[in-house]
Each structure stands twice: as structure tokens, then as C-alpha cells.
Design a protein around this ligand. Structure first.
Ligand code: IMP
Length: 397
């Protein structure tokens, strides 16, 4: 059984924990998109791990991991996470696969990201994602597939350096080359072609892990305030390098909404109201530490994401954060009365709220009412509810 897990908002829905939990029902967790811009915090109970690149597999249960060609690999981050994996889980015996067609983020991409974001003001994570994707489609980037051939990598880096002069940036080709060759030595045992990846995953139960969220998808998200890849479920096949047959698409959403970086956010709360939600939910980025913008759940946006990503079932996270709130609001439509078929003009939408009595615990009637309402309004079953921070704090509904 192949499943896909995607975030239904602007990322940070708690997918890392959900994927790690669900991975026990799968042989492999595969990542198809994103890079070190993502940050998944998993609290195993006695310790916490934050991954940026490693798929969120349960390493205690030896679930395998696969990194598709759609993932951008930052060598330094990936190497550190592999070392951490060995140290934290010395007995880990899961399979590790890395597509040779995955692209590399070079240090200079992060410099370009900083410079470009001063002009574009998207509020990126500055992890070099956009510039590495741009070099990828410009056919000027280094992939894992090149790393076994020193001459080719040097030639590619030289071309890349020439392009960087457009940004008045420079870098030391020999140093970059040494770093990449050293990186290759640490990962070459895991590297496979797309065809080998396909053959290895065929017949296995694979959980495809989305990063970011549908609203940050390059094409169906709130462009230009998006990431540079297809992080919605439409990105699975392209990001793995072969058509993937999906049996179930699971959408994860928070009981409220957050966003980091710029861009429209109809239900955003400002001042004390926003701060209360931010504090209650510890809403600070796990990659950049930036305070997240916070607001109420937005059903028109949620329904847009569910439909565009062909979501079958839902997982709600962080409802416990709202424990003790006197009232909980949900945006049920916008004042213009129109169905949300497009994200164009989202910044002009004004929310109309339904106000719910708050709940003290997730076992209360008030919370049941909230859950039933969301199921009715989305037409999708909420299959799991995450009830706390730790991995096992999740209930099947
Ligand atoms: P980039 O992916 O670093 O280029 O950033 C583009 C936009 O996506 C910015 O608004 C980022 O804050 C946002 N973004 C990227 N990755 C994540 C994530 O994992 N969680 C939340 N927002 C993200």
C-alpha cells in the first residue's frame, strides 16, 4: 500500500511526527521534494530529533528511507544528519537510498538566495532552494550523478562560477570540488539510479513524505510566495523519477493556521491575539527560528488544498494547543460569497467566522463538535488526531 502525506497549509502542520508514526505500517519512507528548508521535529519521548533532509522514518523500527530526485541535497546538512542517525540509532538497519539524479545545493546558492530575497522579499529560508532549482532548470547544476567524476564536477563548477558573476558573487572552485568529493565518499554506498530506485521500491509499502504544504507548492500555491518545487501530491511521481501509484493521500492540517515568510493570509491574527496563539503553539520555525504568523483555521483554503491535492483522509494536529481557549474561530467562507477556486486575489479575501465554544480537553463534547464540523465541511474523514508533542501522542479516530 502506497500512501502520500502532504501538508494542507503553509507547512509546519506537524507532518514529521505524523509520517514517523505512520511509517510503522510501511517498509520505506520516501521524500520526493524539498530540501534543507524543511524542518521536521520528532519527539521520541526521551529525546527529540530535528531533521531537515532525512525522511521521517521511525528509525527505532528500522523503516527504510529513500530520497528521490526531487529533493535538493545540502551536503553539509545531509552528512551531519547521517552522522546523527548513526549516533542516535546505532542499531538502525533500514535501507538507505539516494537518487543519483538529486541535485546539490552549493554554498553559493545560499548567498544568491540572500541577495535575491532582498529584491523579491518572499521571506525564504535562505537555504539556497530557489537558486539551486534555478540552476537545475538552467542545466548548470551539479547532481549526485556527476560526483564520481572529478573532471566533470570541476567543469560544471567552473560554468556555475561564470554564471554567478551575474550576481557579483564568486567562489573557490577547488574548495567546492574537494567538499563535494568528500561528501560523495560518505554517501556513494546509498546512491541508485531512478530505475534502480523504482525496482527497489516496487512491491514495497512506501510512504511518500511531503514537505512544506500545498499552499507553498510552486504551481498551485500562493505564487510568488511559495517554495520552488511541487510539494503538493502532484510532485510525487516527478520527484521520484517514475510514475507512482498511490492508494491513499493523507492531508495533515493544524487546528489553526500558521505561515512563515511573506504572502497572503486571510485569517491572520495580529497583536495580542496572534501572540497568544504563537506562544501556546510554540510557533517558531524549526529551520530558521523565525516567529510564525498565526491565525484561525481557514476552511475555504483547506478545501482548496484538499481538492487540488486529491486528499482522501485527514489528520488534525495541534488541537491540544487550543485547550483552554474560551472561543475558537473557524473561517467558513469569505465575505465576497464566492467559492475559492483560485488563489489569485487571496489577499483581498475577508473571512467570515463561525465561533465555537472552546474546550478544556480533547475528550470534551466541545472538541467533538469542532471535529464533526470540520469533517462535515470538508467531506473527508479525520482519521487521526495528534494530541500532543510526542510521537505516540496520536489517536486513531
Ligand atoms: P524557500 O523554500 O526557502 O525558498 O522559501 C519560500 C517560502 O516557503 C518562504 O515563505 C518560506 O518561509 C516557506 N517555507 C519553505 N520551507 C518551509 C517549511 O518547511 N515550513 C514552512 N514554510 C516554509
Amino acid at each position: 500500500m502506497n500512501r502520500v502525506v502532504v501538508g494542507l497549509q503553509w507547512g509546519d502542520e506537524g507532518k514529521g511526527k505524523v509520517v514517523t508514526y505512520l511509517s510503522r505500517y510501511h517498509d520505506v519512507v520516501a521524500r520526493f521534494s524539498g530540501g534543507a528548508n524543511a524542518g521536521h521535529t520528532v519527539n521520541y519521548g526521551s529525546f527529540k530529533v530535528i531533521h531537515h533532509l532525512l525522511p521521517s522514518a521511525d528509525f527505532i523500527r528500522n523503516v527504510g528511507i529513500a530520497i528521490g530526485n526531487g529533493v535538493l541535497l545540502d551536503p553539509q546538512v545531509f552528512r551531519e544528519e547521517l552522522v546523527e542517525l548513526r549516533e542516535r540509532f546505532p542499531g538502525y538497519s533500514g535501507e538507505i537510498l539516494v537518487s543519483e539524479n538529486a541535485h546539490i545545493v552549493l554554498p553559493v546558492h545560499k548567498e544568491v538566495d540572500r541577495k535575491v530575497d532582498e529584491v523579491l522579499k518572499i521571506g525564504t529560508t535562505k537555504r539556497g532552494i530557489g537558486p539551486a532549482c534555478a540552476d537545475r532548470v538552467m542545466r548548470a547544476n551539479v547532481r549526485i550523478a556527476e560526483l564520481h567524476d572529478e573532471k566533470r564536477v570541476r567543469a560544471l563548477l567552473k560554468k556555475n562560477l561564470s554564471l554567478k558573476s551575474f550576481y557579483n558573487l564568486t567562489f573557490d572552485v577547488e574548495k567546492a570540488l574537494d567538499d563535494l568529493l568528500e561528501f560523495y565518499n560518505t554517501i556513494k554506498g546509498f546512491v541508485v539510479s531512478s530505475l534502480q530506485m523504482k525496482r527497489t521500491l516496487e512491491g514495497k509499502n512506501v510512504l511518500f513524505e511531503g514537505t512544506q504544504g500545498v499552499l507553498l507548492d510552486l504551481d498551485v500555491g500562493t505564487y510568488p510566495y511559495v517554495t520552488s518545487m511541487n510539494c503538493s501530491s502532484s510532485g510525487v511521481s516527478a520527484g521520484m523519477g517514475f510514475p507512482v501509484k498511490v492508494d491513499e493521500t493523507i492531508g495533515v492540517f493544524k487546528a489553526y493556521t500558521t505561515r512563515v515568510g511573506e504572502g497572503p493570509f486571510p485569517t491572520e491574527l495580529f497583536g495580542d491575539e496572534g501572540e497568544t496563539l504563537r506562544r501556546a503553539g510554540h510557533e517558531y520555525g524549526s529551520t530558521t527560528g523565525r516567529p510564525r504568523r498565526c491565525g484561525w483555521l481557514d476552511l475555504p483554503l483547506l478545501n482548496y488544498a484538499i481538492e487540488v491535492a486529491s486528499v482522501d483522509t485527514l489528520v488534525m494536529t495541534k488541537a491540544d494547543v487550543l485547550n483552554g481557549f474560551e472561543k475558537v474561530k473557524v473561517c467558513v467562507r469569505y465575505k465576497d460569497g464566492k467559492e475559492l477556486l483560485s488563489l489569485r486575489d487571496l489577499e483581498k479575501k475577508e473571512p467570515v467566522y463561525e465561533v465555537f465554544d472552546g474546550w478544556k480537553s480533547l475528550e470534551s463534547r466541545e472538541f467533538d463538535r469542532f471535529v464533526n464540523f470540520i469533517e462535515k465541511e470538508t467531506g473527508k474523514p479525520i482519521k487521526y488526531i495528534s494530541t500532543g508533542e510526542r510521537l505516540e501522542d496520536i489517536v486513531e479516530v
